[in-house]
Design a protein around this ligand. Structure first.
Ligand code: PEP
Length: 251
């Protein structure tokens, strides 16, 4: 059976003291729910701070992005090995904000996924259509491309550790989540794409697919009860101790 993962993306928020308060509160309020996997992805500057707090809890550390080279003259970039060294288990790759503001292409994203896997990190590959694309009836086409290009060249053994996050761009940070029907439809579709890509029913069944986009304690119950939804990638609601902990409790 697939296990729920509730994953926090703090984005470019949280100075050291705030990060400490947030993670301590989350640890306190989620320790009664050990059956749920939890990931927290803070900014790089507080990875170490957060890592120091989560030892001996079910919370694992994630990075919000990674570069695909191992080392060298790439000013400002952080390698998969460095992320691992900082204590990370997971790394978010291909978030729509990276695609939109930093012009990350599927080719770059594929290199990042490949490099992360090589370094034994678990990639959370984000895919999602814009509102324009949905209106034009291109949702499945866009998602298909993002998955097929993003995972190109990766063999089934490595693929078994990756996580996909369906994040419709129009639902991120807007307060307007996709409906449970839209979410289930896309998640089932993505499982089908994985089945075709891997030629394996088992892989398609076992891959974890998260939903992200304005998930909060009010809508989480109905989203998480969809049969192909295995958890959430949470932005805004992950910045508040009570909201994030409620999501873990609901899961
Ligand atoms: C996200 O950025 O991954 C996200 C889901 O954000 P929010 O929950 O704020 O919509």
């Amino acid at each position: 059976m697939r296990k729920f993962l509730i994953a926090a993306n703090w984005k470019m928020n949280m100075y050291r003291q705030e990060a400490l308060e947030l993670i301590r509160g989350v640890i306190e309020q989620t320790k009664l729910f050990p059956s749920v996997d939890i990931m927290v992805a803070p900014p790089f500057t507080v990875l170490e701070t957060v890592n120091g707090e989560i030892q001996n809890t079910q919370i694992r550390l994630g990075a919000q992005d990674v570069f695909f080279e191992e080392s060298g003259a790439y000013t400002g970039e952080i390698s998969p090995g460095m992320i691992l060294d900082a204590g990370c288990t997971y790394v978010i790759i291909g978030h729509s904000e990276r695609r939109q503001y930093f012009h990350e292409t599927d080719e770059i994203i594929n290199k990042k996924v490949t490099a992360a896997l090589k370094n034994h990190l678990i990639p959370i590959l984000c895919v999602g259509e814009t509102w324009e694309e949905r209106k034009q009836g291109r949702t499945f086409l866009v998602l298909n491309q993002q998955i097929l290009f993003g995972l190109q060249g990766i063999d089934n053994e490595k693929l078994s550790s990756i996580i996909v996050a369906y994040e419709p761009v129009w639902a991120i940070g807007t307060g307007k989540s996709a409906t449970k029907e839209q979410i289930q439809e896309v998640h089932a579709y993505l499982r089908g794409v994985i089945k075709e890509f891997t030629s394996s029913n088992e892989m398609a069944f076992n891959i974890r697919i998260l939903y992200g986009g304005s998930m909060n304690p009010k809508n989480a119950q109905e989203i998480l009860s969809q049969k192909d939804v295995d958890g959430g990638l949470i932005g805004g609601a992950s910045l508040n101790i009570d909201s994030f902990s409620s999501l873990v409790q609901i899961a």
